[in-house]
Design a protein around this ligand. Structure first.
Ligand code: NAD
Ligand code: UD1
Length: 339
């Protein structure tokens, strides 16, 4: 049965891939996004790829009036909430901007949902809520330790949703804790389009491969890992998008609030990622070893078993496909959506 889904932050990297999968599944999609870290071009391409469109509203979630107008015009079955600021370093420099945008935006959204009796929500949380884990793989029951303002916004929002579900059992919230999303849709038409210098490894590696950057700096090779470089659980963005569809399918059977990891359960090192990207791009990628990045941890990968048992979802796309798709996007759109 098709649903009407509100997607906040739907013009962004993960949101645009999720909108496409929702359209392909026959759902009706309404997007609200203030375009502070994205462009409407991603949604035009989503429409093209799907052969039908999303309804887009340029709305800031912190603007209660504009958000209310969207809720008044629609009867949503569920909300997928991606909208938020996500740069760790920037959050340390501008904590109030992060708290205001991510927390106020979410509170306005939850209040509008409550007023309009739509209480089914899928939220973008992050493995960042685990901080430096005591052991890997990381299960959802692991202790939460946040290490920066961005991570704390995710933690506070999770707590807010837990409190809401305790106060009113009509709410159903799935808190999806993403590991490291990379890659792009196989068409190469939508992908990740970071503003300025990328903070994350794979966009940096891909921009180096395409000649926009001179070399990758590997942040430390003295970690306690097989080759000394950091190990992460990279997940294909299309697998991640499909995880949201599985979560929406599960919502009617869910009770209260549940946190679920979306990862592959497999870790790769920085050097393994550079080698895989070189293979996909068919060229050498220059790199040098630099100092550790403050706040980084050695190893992080998911125990992905809860998503399998609860949602019937698991990541299907391997490293080779992640890098091939990332390269197809990067080489066809070297400067992202801005040509
Ligand atoms: P993104 O920046 O590409 O997408 C976020 C979107 O939200 C953007 O289009 C932005 O314009 C919009 N937005 C931000 N504040 C808004 C506001 N107040 N009102 C309306 N729109 C607003 O980021 P993404 O990588 O697609 O991430 C989506 C979500 O997933 C974020 O909440 C992020 O924290 C979370 N997440 C991302 C990663 C990752 O590595 N990409 C990992 C874990 C969690
Ligand atoms: C970062 C964020 C984290 C967020 C996650 C997914 C920080 C401190 N943490 O984590 O909160 O949830 O992205 O969005 O920003 N690396 C390099 N050179 C680079 C970039 C990265 O060697 O130029 C290394 C890092 O040290 C790490 C790995 O590559 O070992 C992955 O880095 P990154 O993509 O930034 O993700 P996380 O560190 O997992």
């Amino acid at each position: 049965m098709s649903r009407k889904v509100l997607v906040t932050g739907g013009a962004g990297y993960i949101g645009s891939h999720t909108c496409l999968e929702l359209l392909k599944a026959g759902d009706e999609v309404v997007v609200v996004d203030n375009l502070c870290n994205s462009s409407e071009e991603s949604l035009r391409r989503v429409d093209d790829l799907a052969g039908r469109g999303v309804e887009f509203h340029r709305v800031d979630l912190c603007d209660a009036g504009e958000l209310e107008a969207v809720f008044e015009a629609h009867d949503f079955d569920a909300v997928v909430h991606f909208a938020g600021l996500k740069a760790v370093g920037e959050s340390c420099e501008m904590p109030l901007r992060y708290y205001e945008n991510n927390l106020t935006g979410t509170i306005e959204l939850l209040q509008a949902m409550d007023r309009h009796e739509c209480r089914d929500l899928v939220f973008s949380s992050s493995a960042t809520v685990y901080g430096d884990p005591d052991s890997v793989p990381i299960a959802e029951t692991a202790a939460l330790h946040t290490t920066n303002p961005y991570g704390r916004t995710k933690y506070f929002i999770e707590e807010m949703m837990r409190d809401l579900c305790l106060a009113d059992d009509r709410w159903r919230c799935l808190l999806l804790r993403y590991f490291n999303p990379i890659g792009a849709h196989e068409s190469g038409r939508i992908g990740e389009d970071p503003q300025g210098i990328p903070n994350n490894l794979m966009p940096y590696v891909m921009q180096t491969a395409v000649g926009l950057r001179d070399e990758v700096v590997v942040f430390g090779d003295d970690y306690d890992t097989p080759d000394g470089t950091g190990v992460r659980d990279y997940i294909h963005v299309v697998d991640l998008a499909l995880g949201h569809l599985a979560a929406l399918d599960h919502l009617p059977d869910a009770r209260g609030c549940a946190a679920i990891n979306l990862g592959t359960g497999q870790g790769y090192s920085v050097l393994e990622m550079i080698a895989a990207a070189e293979k996909a791009a068919g060229r050498k990628i220059a790199y040098r070893i630099g100092p550790r990045r403050p706040g980084d941890i050695a190893t992080c990968y998911a125990d992905a078993s809860l998503a399998a048992s609860k949602l019937g979802w698991k990541a299907e796309r391997g490293l080779e496909e992640m890098c091939a798709d990332a390269w197809r996007w990067q080489s066809a759109n070297p400067k992202g959506y801005s040509k």
